[in-house]
Design a protein around this ligand. Structure first.
Ligand code: F6P
Length: 325
């Protein structure tokens, strides 16, 4: 493979706080080590359409503290097709980009893996998603900030829940993963969490209603992981039917969870993995995601990073159960 001179960077999928810190880190570490950096706008769509601009260190100054992504993001329908990826490859050749850094979640890194299988291009992934569902890294960029945002919201909901003695079902994001819901429940002192990793969700609710909330507590908070079939509204309706004595409300936090200034943890994670992406390129690594495990930067093959079975520590379920009595 020819020597890498120019590196393109893009952000893809749902934006996550800390993506800007990652863009900054890749740009600055890249320039420091003699590479040319090009910013690619609007994710893979921008790669297909050639929305690209050379980046200097100034392009990324004053962004480490900003949420969202200055490069914009998209969930590209075209990049899913072979023709779309062929167009993207043409753009790379035209722009003389030899390696690509992709900041995104599961879908975005799956796209990167397919691209790297189809063409001779070095793709390095950075774990950018609030869902924390990428395998091989302890946390993902954006997860910690979102967790803190949820906890702040739940603290506020608690005030009104207690004042009116109500049961609140608070729905949080996470797609198919319950990391946000379970840990937000522990951190906010919620009474329960309903998560996809615990398959007995229907029983969970019944058990819970028959225990803590039942006699002693008149107000409580249940954090529910989003789900197309049985989100917070579903559980609230069931409780209203089965336990008509309770005053029940639903709060769906929605996209406010994705915005805001990144936490120090996410800025550091993004900075370390962003610099790690350049290090990976210098070492001749290809088609890996840069993560952090046990405080060490690690390179995880893209095929492994996108596995759908990131271990969920079931001890967290017990901790919440014990502490919510
Ligand atoms: O993957 C990040 C995420 O925020 C998920 O938690 C959520 O299910 C999804 O994106 C929402 O996507 P959109 O912003 O396209 O509605």
């Amino acid at each position: 493979m020819a020597k890498i001179k120019t590196i393109g960077i893009l952000t893809s999928g749902g934006d996550a706080p800390g993506m800007n810190a990652a863009i900054r880190a890749v740009t600055r570490a890249g320039i420091c080590n003699g590479y040319q950096i090009k910013g690619i706008y609007r994710g893979y769509d921008g790669l297909i359409n050639g929305e690209i601009k050379p980046f200097t260190t100034e392009n990324v100054s004053g962004i480490i503290m900003q949420g969202g992504t200055i490069l914009k993001s998209a969930r590209s329908k075209d990049f899913v097709t072979e023709e779309g990826r062929a167009k993207a490859f043409d753009t790379l050749q035209r722009e003389e980009i030899d390696a690509l850094v992709i900041v995104g979640g599961n879908g975005s890194l799956t796209g990167a893996m397919k691209f790297a299988c189809q063409y001779d291009i070095c793709c390095i992934g950075l774990p950018g998603t609030i869902d924390n569902d990428l395998y091989g890294t302890d946390t993902t960029i954006g997860y910690d900030t979102t967790l803190n945002t949820i906890v702040e919201c739940v603290d506020r909901i608690r005030d009104t829940a207690q004042s009116h003695e109500r049961i609140f079902f608070v729905e949080v994001m996470g797609r198919d993963a319950g990391f946000l819901a379970q840990n937000a429940a522990i951190a906010s002192g919620a009474e329960a969490a309903i998560i996809p990793e615990d398959s007995t969700d229907v029983d969970q609710l019944a058990q819970f209603m028959e225990r803590g909330i039942r006699k002693s507590k008149r107000s409580c908070i249940v954090i529910v992981s989003e789900s197309p079939k049985c989100g917070a509204i579903y559980y609230a309706d069931r409780v209203k039917k089965e336990f008509p004595g309770y005053d029940v409300r639903v709060s769906i936090l929605g996209h406010l969870q994705r915005g805001g200034r990144p936490s120090a943890h996410d800025r550091i994670l993004a900075s370390r993995t962003g610099a790690g992406a350049i290090e990976a390129i210098m070492q001749g690594q290809r088609n890996v995601m840069v993560g952090i495990r046990n405080n060490e930067v690690v390179y995880v093959p893209l095929s492994e990073a996108i596995r759908s079975d990131k271990p969920f520590d079931r001890k967290l379920i017990k901790v919440l159960d014990e502490l919510s009595i």
